[in-house]
Design a protein around this ligand. Structure first.
Ligand code: URA
Length: 220
């Protein structure tokens, strides 16, 4: 899937809308789902998102010898990757990335909207020192207005990361958020499991899942 914006064309990789994926979404979106169910089903979708995002990164040829003595001409993913989670909800995606890529470096960014100006404000960033030489999976389960995503992307670009080295991995996305990211950064790729109808007046996605962080961490 591509999005056309004033600035150009951006890539959105939407997970195949299989029945198994829809079943996981049905649990997550159910307002009566318990916390365990929510965590388990969102974790399973996040795992698929991360596998899909990794497939967008460079691979190099690698040959191995099989147990029956034949050569298998395979691939090895670039080792130059890292994750960057956007706190707090992005924390939920770290464990899935670690399970797939043990030992992966993980940075963190905390951005919150200023109560007065309503603009995103950067409170904290801890990133690998050589992040400019890595492909970055930027992890935030919700792409709503795009304000936080844009602020996080600016932090990465400020550290010398190339725009096309960033893959934004997000569980739910809104058309407004995708447009905002791709208007400013058309070469940032987005991987998502659903594109929602739109935002409501409180900037929640609809049909949506409510507040992801509250439901995942049990703070609602
Ligand atoms: N953040 C959320 O947790 N949910 C939304 O719908 C939008 C932003």
């Amino acid at each position: 899937m591509t999005t056309a914006t004033a600035a150009g064309v951006g890539t959105v990789r939407l997970l195949p809308q299989t029945r198994a994926l829809r079943a996981l979404h049905t649990v997550m979106r159910d307002r009566h789902a318990g916390r365990d169910e929510f965590v388990t089903s969102s974790g399973r979708v996040i795992r698929q998102l991360i596998e899909t995002a990794l497939d967008l990164l460079p691979f190099e040829p690698r040959e191995v010898c099989t147990p029956v003595g034949r050569t298998y001409r395979g691939l090895r993913m670039t080792p130059h990757i890292c994750g960057v989670s956007v706190l707090r909800a992005g924390d939920s995606m770290e464990s899935e990335l670690r399970a797939i890529a043990p030992g992966v470096r993980i940075g963190k960014i905390l951005i919150q909207r200023d109560k007065v100006t309503k603009l995103p404000h950067l409170y904290y960033a801890a990133l690998p020192a050589d992040i400019d030489r890595r492909h970055v999976l930027l992890l935030d389960p919700m792409l709503a207005t795009g304000g936080t995503a844009l602020a996080a992307i600016e932090v990465l670009l400020g550290q010398g990361v190339e725009e096309d080295a960033i893959v934004f991995v997000t569980l739910l996305s809104s058309p407004e958020g995708i447009k905002a990211v791709h208007e400013r950064h058309p070469r940032v790729r987005i991987v998502t499991s659903a594109v929602e109808e739109r935002l409501n007046e409180n900037a929640y996605m609809i049909p949506g899942i409510g507040d992801f962080g509250d439901r995942y961490f049990g703070t609602d």
